[in-house]
Design a protein around this ligand. Sequence first.
Ligand code: SAM
Length: 204
Amino acid sequence: MAKSRRDRADFYTLKARAEGYPARSVYKLEEMQQHFSLIKAGDTVLDVGAAPGSWTLYVKRNFLSTRGRIVAVDLNPLSLSPLPEGVMEVVGDAFSPEIRKELIAHGPYDVIISDAAPQTSGIRSVDTSRSEALCEAVIFLSEEQLKEGGNLVVKLFQGGGQEALITEMRELFDRVKPYKPKACRDDSFEVYLVGLGRKERSRA
Ligand SMILES: C[S@@+](CC[C@H](N)C(=O)[O-])C[C@H]1O[C@@H](n2cnc3c(N)ncnc32)[C@H](O)[C@@H]1O
């Protein structure tokens, strides 16, 4: 059977393969990094929904120094073998009480990046509300675990909840912007919410 246009390897898939990244999504983070300077050398970074591991590998290659580390959590194991030095892998539901405890033990974090996506059902309203729930849980984690001045990027499938999530993030961050990287597929309805400069706890 002929492959659909979407199945065929596109520019970003081929580039990811050539550069040794397990997924094309790395170029979304790279573009947001170029645009917002989210991560600095030596930062401690939490990657939520990290598998197969492109975002983690990008942070490791570009920002990990003797200071800092990357904590990568996903329901599934990373496909980075061997696991790069400085990367701590946590397998499980990022929002379960046990895993949350583990993430807290490794925090607090300078930056939280989340490309977490729910299992899709194909029913847009179901998928967007699952994504909003994930997004909300990541924002809550940032409220607890992001250092003052820290940055957040979190993926959202666009439904009706974007404005409410942005309002929530404005309570926590100096600047909040929705951003759609060029590497997002044409037919995708995802957007990233970027929070810059975690406010002091007393102001939040
Ligand atoms: C699009 S993939 C992430 C790709 C990754 N950024 C990369 O570049 O390799 C979305 C991931 O979110 C994960 N995920 C969804 N819900 C999760 C949860 N509650 N806890 C941890 N990971 C979750 C999925 O298992 C999936 O691997």
